[in-house]
Design a binder for this molecule. Structure first.
Ligand code: SF4
Length: 662
């Protein structure tokens, strides 16, 4: 079944308005099964050289202590695959029984060796038996079939070994390393990713082997979410004999705040719909740092109240295409909605708006020469609630007041009212001719005939959909699907009150808050349902944190770019330089280059494919040697490491994309 045939079968999750995990087949991985009734597992990958037995064992033990339930170790060749036996023996001797996973690219003989040793092997269909030279090849049906037969011949021996030894497998498709064959037929699409995995799954099932899981990773959360959904829909529609567990993750998410937000957005968008049996957070940081992040994201979705169904506003099914991105059709109201960038609203209802306070939300006032400077992450609106702002805001930034105050202001030119309810708005004596924000606490009010009629004819209303509690995404989704079903085209502000989870109190509060925000808002953002974000939190929460979170979310969802984007791999035993130091060094020199995407990949073997999304690539090519890429083309090879960052900057300069840091 191809994508267009799925039009009548948009279902990729069990219930759009209730949290339920997709029922998947239980897959045995050593003593720690995945899928079926088992909890969502957390896993990660070592970064040590696989031939460094002591280092790999020590790192594995640290990862397990941090909560890692499966440990993946790279096996670039047969030699490393054989050393997995030594590593495993030492771990068992030390009382550690964590299932080990061999990571395989390009080397069937390493896979066949490892499958006899460890509990699971990961193969990437794009490079197990296929090639990747970014060539477009025209295939006839028979030449395509011949290729499939060649892959069958190469892959089937591994399947037989896994079956014989009880070894599990991950069929791990990666957006950046689709084969030329798949790219030629399906393009660089979620559909190509799914088809690539299904080709391997058919070989497994044909051999009577069902002990496998799937992954569909990409560094772009939109693409990644669409691919997983499509795979789930295809499995539910019978493309496979069973519904197999899903290993979910955003690949090359980067580091720090950006990496955490991007990971939580992609993983959270899937978990919110019940997709995902095991998660890997991919950060360019020590692998132990990934486990707490994974736990916070996972635990965010286990609250029992999430399972409460939300009565639908309209029986609409899913009136959007969940497998490709488009923004919800809205009418522009002032600078909100339509094709305009999503806006950010800063909430100052809990504190007076002062000149100094606005620095935290991107606007800095300079008394001499009496001017404002505005950062790329300067807020678009300042909500001051019931208190008047005693000075002029910077040009372009607008004030929002409670409607009662706004109505009596002597000067209303650069401000707009916020109404507490649709009822208040409908009966107000004074409203704006340009923009009226109307808060909607319960989606149910949108379904009354009078309110529907009002919203269908009013061209000044922007709805503020408020939701808090354990599963706000379902409240937002219910309201948004209802708006679509009733042909209401008002732009929408999602207002989220963020509370860090109490059960992860050992974690830094700001990370918890950002992960919760990304987990809840990820789905409406990647589905193009958001025209503006308004984040609030407990009194005293730094405004800068909320502002950074809002702009970070919009950047991660690729809806509004305000900074440089780094697509950096987490590193593994193939890595040819220190990823963390190098990423920090490149970031320090380039983080003022708004909109430029830089891929930083540890190895040449898998690197160029994995960073296909980047404008420029910095890739380990050998010990002390870097290759530099523009998109998918290598433009400089064999650059000594100590000159590579300067050379990268030269490339950016040559393209006219360099600006001096201010
Ligand atoms: S790109 Fe990075 S994570 Fe991927 S195989 Fe190479 S070194 Fe390992």
């Amino acid at each position: 079944m191809l994508l267009h045939e799925l039009d009548t079968c948009k279902r990729y999750c069990t219930d759009l308005l209730r949290y339920r995990r997709l029922e998947t087949r239980e897959v045995a991985i050593g003593d720690v099964p995945v899928g079926g009734p088992h909890p969502i597992r957390i896993q990660s990958m070592t970064t040590t050289d696989t031939m460094d037995t002591a280092g790999t064992v020590a790192q594995t033990l640290r990862m397990v202590a941090a909560g890692c339930e499966y440990v993946r170790i790279t096996a670039p060749s047969k030699k490393e695959a054989e050393n997995l036996a030594v590593i495993k023996a030492e771990l068992r001797r030390q009382g550690c029984h964590v299932p080990l996973v061999a990571d395989i690219h390009f080397t069937p003989n390493a896979a066949e060796t490892a499958a006899r040793i460890v509990e699971k092997v990961r193969v990437n269909p794009g490079n197990y038996a296929d090639k990747k030279k970014f060539e477009h090849i025209e295939y006839t049906d028979s030449s395509y079939q011949a290729e499939l037969e060649r892959i069958d011949e190469r892959f089937r021996p591994l399947v037989a070994i896994c079956k014989e030894y009880g070894t599990a497998m991950r069929i791990g498709t990666n957006h950046g390393s689709l084969s030329d064959r798949i790219l030629s037929r399906y393009g660089d699409t979620p559909e190509g990713m799914v088809e690539s995995a299904l080709e391997f799954a058919r070989i497994c099932e044909d051999a009577g082997y069902y002990n496998f899981v799937f992954s569909m990773k990409a560094s772009n959360p939109q693409v990644m979410v669409q691919a997983y959904r499509l795979l789930a829909a295809r499995m539910l529609a019978g493309a496979t004999r069973h519904v197999y567990p899903l290993h979910v993750g955003v690949t090359e998410a980067g580091d720090g705040q950006d990496g955490r937000i991007k990971s939580a957005m992609g993983i959270g968008a899937l978990l919110a719909d019940g997709l995902g049996d095991t998660i890997r957070v991919s950060l360019t940081e020590p692998p132990e740092a990934e486990m707490p992040v994974g736990r916070i994201i996972r635990d965010h979705f286990v609250h029992p109240v999430r399972k409460t169904p939300h009565p639908p506003l309209a029986d609409v099914g899913l009136p959007i295409d969940p497998y490709s991105f488009s923004r919800r059709h809205t009418q522009p109201v002032y600078n909100l909605g339509g094709e305009q960038l999503p806006r950010v609203i800063a909430d100052f209802s809990d504190a007076p708006v002062t000149l100094e306070a606005l620095t935290a939300v991107g606007h800095t006032y300079w008394p001499e020469p009496d001017k404002w400077s505005m950062a790329d992450t300067g807020v678009d609106y300042v909500y001051a609630g019931p208190r008047e702002i005693p000075f002029m805001l910077p040009t372009g930034t607008k004030a929002l007041y409670d409607a009662a105050l706004w109505a009596v202001l002597p000067e209303r030119m650069h401000s707009y009212p916020v109404f507490a309810s649709l009822d208040d708005y409908a009966h107000a004596e004074r409203t704006s001719e340009v923009l009226n924000l109307v808060r909607v606490g319960s989606p149910a009010v949108l379904s009354t005939a009078a309110n529907t009629a009002l919203l269908q004819r009013d061209s000044t209303v922007v709805l503020v959909l408020e939701a808090s509690g354990p599963h706000p995404m379902l409240v937002w989704r219910n309201a948004l699907l209802g708006l679509i079903a009733h042909s209401i085209h008002c732009p929408v502000v999602l207002k989220a009150h963020l509370e860090p989870a109490t059960h992860v109190s050992e974690e830094r509060a700001d990370h918890c808050l950002q992960l919760a925000a990304a987990s809840d808002l990820g789905l409406p953002l990647v589905d193009g349902l958001v025209d503006s974000l308004w984040l609030t939190a407990a009194p005293g929460t730094p405004k800068r944190l909320l502002n950074d979170t809002a702009f970070g979310l919009l950047q991660a969802a690729r809806l509004r770019t305000t900074k440089t984007e780094y697509i950096s791999c987490p590193s593994c035993g193939r890595t040819l330089f220190d990823l963390q130091d190098t990423t920090a060094m490149i970031r320090a020199r380039t983080e003022h280059l708004k909109g430029v995407k830089i891929g930083i990949m540890g190895c040449i073997v898998n690197g160029p494919g994995e960073m296909a999304d980047a404008d420029y690539g910095y890739v380990g090519a050998g010990p002390g040697i870097i290759s530099l890429w523009k998109g998918k083309t290598q433009v400089k090879g064999k650059v000594p490491t100590d000159k590579a960052v300067d050379e990268l900057i030269s490339l950016i300069r040559e393209d006219g994309r360099w600006v001096e840091p201010s």
